[in-house]
Ligand binder design. Sequence first.
Ligand SMILES: [Ca+2]
Ligand SMILES: [Ca+2]
Length: 211
Amino acid sequence: MASATYNNVHSDGRQTARINIDVLVLTRITSIEQKMEQLKHNYTQSLMYIRCIENSSASECDQFLIQQCPERWVLNNNQCYFFSSVHETWERSQNICKSYEADLVIITDSTKQAFITKTIANDYFWIGLTDVEQENQWKWVDGSRLESRFWHCDQPDDAFGGEDCVFAGYIGPCTPEPGQVLNNWNDENCAHVQQFICEKKPSLVRMQLPL
Ligand SMILES: [Ca+2]
Ligand SMILES: [Ca+2]
């Protein structure tokens, strides 16, 4: 089956990549929706259609901006996520995320918390929340204050005189109220080692498809 290779230039112009497109398949595709499905089929979890590039009419749209995450990262709702397999302290976890041009994950709504909860499946993963600067003044790694809260029902407890970093995935001895199934945060000693979740924006890639 014939195929063609297209150069992709990232929005910042730094990087080029090559993506192979199956010409025989695509020449039979006429609608934008079908093209989207083809892209998702080919690049599950790493690429997602965003929109036709401006100035191309809907019926003739053949250029796309595509979101792309690095290998082993997961794309979900316009963000890239890395779920580590290694266990590190909270600070070391954040430093590793920084080395990926990312941060520990910031969770500001139930949609994101639901995605995280489903993905980690009750394993413990550091998230980007801490009260290390001032006790009980919870801040995200970008300096923003905690708004939506998904503490487990007996948390945070600052147990043993010092728990200032937060992980998700906790199931404790107390029974959550109905409707609080997403509440699985626990404050923990920052020096403990856990897996961790990094987060960053996807790269935008311009792609042109054959007619
Ligand atoms: Ca604390
Ligand atoms: Ca705790």
